[in-house]
Design a binder for this molecule. Structure first.
Ligand SMILES: C[S@@+](CC[C@H](N)C(=O)[O-])C[C@H]1O[C@@H](n2cnc3c(N)ncnc32)[C@H](O)[C@@H]1O
Length: 259
């Protein structure tokens, strides 16, 4: 039977398709054997979700998130890490140091699909929950340091929802870092032309020019760094270089917040 996805849930097929296709390339910049396997097991046709700019963006963000996450895990080797809005991502395998405790959290229907292709592993557990409420957080063990990864999730939230989410994180985790993907007001207005998201029913939410706009919604957070995906994308192709010049402020950014 064909799988049906909710509007935002379907966007998880975009990074999945891109990670699988990059993995099959000669000189792949990221290697994700699980992505290929998941597509086979779920039997989904993901061919339309892999256009050039999205492909390069997802490769860039995967590399950038992994580096940031590895740096934080080196600093806090027994942190609690939460991949909030995990979709089908397998980041745990890429950064596991044998000590971290990891939770993959997503909406209940998405976790149900994830369970078709993943099992819970030692120190890596799936949990149904929403970034917009705190019910699921009561099931987590207490750790001194909490690292929350949100890759391609906040982009779909309204400003009120972003506020709700980041207030919830600060209320429920005493100390933490948030790795967040931010997008521009341009994309908020023109998202229907996005080369991959246009094939889904999802629409972009609140876009920002700077991660500092988050601090007005959650003063307990400070902004540690903010880097455009252009910085990674421009290393690999002429088109990536051109986009970094012409679309200087248009690309998504990885922002790291601390509280
Ligand atoms: C573009 S996908 C990104 C998936 C994954 N982070 C990745 O990079 O491969 C967006 C994900 O956010 C999840 N999501 C949307 N709203 C959510 C919410 N309120 N709480 C938790 N997850 C949510 C969707 O179900 C989907 O899996």
């Amino acid at each position: 039977m064909e799988l049906t996805f909710g509007d935002v849930q379907e966007t998880a097929l975009i990074p999945l398709a891109i990670k699988a296709s990059e993995t099959s390339r000669a000189n792949a910049r990221i290697v994700d054997p699980m992505a290929k396997q998941i597509i086979e097991v779920l039997g989904v046709d993901v061919s339309k979700y892999d256009p050039f700019l999205s492909h390069e963006g997802v490769v860039a963000r995967t590399i950038m998130y992994r580096k940031e996450l590895q740096n934080l895990i080196d600093k806090y080797p027994d942190a609690l890490c939460i991949n909030l809005g995990c979709g089908f991502d397998d980041k745990f395998s890429q950064v596991d140091n044998g000590q971290i405790t990891w939770f993959d959290v997503d909406l209940p229907d998405q976790i149900e699909k994830r369970r078709k292709v993943y099992s819970d592993r030692a120190r890596c557990t799936m949990l149904a929950g929403s970034a917009l409420d705190s019910d699921w957080t009561t099931q987590l063990p207490k750790h001194d340091m909490n690292i929350i990864v949100m890759e391609g999730v906040l982009e779909y939230f309204t400003k009120d929802q972003v506020k709700k989410c980041i207030n919830m994180l600060c209320d429920n985790f005493e100390h933490g870092y948030l790795l967040a993907e931010l997008h521009s007001p341009f994309l908020e207005k023109n998202g229907r032309h996005h080369d991959a998201v246009k094939y889904t029913n999802a629409s972009f939410g609140w876009g920002t020019k700077s991660g500092r706009e988050y601090l007005e919604l959650e003063p307990r957070m400070s902004l540690i760094s903010e880097t455009s995906y252009n910085e990674e994308m421009k290393k690999y192709s002429i088109r990536g270089k051109l986009f970094a010049i012409l679309g200087k402020n248009l690309n998504n950014r990885l922002a790291v917040f601390q509280w």
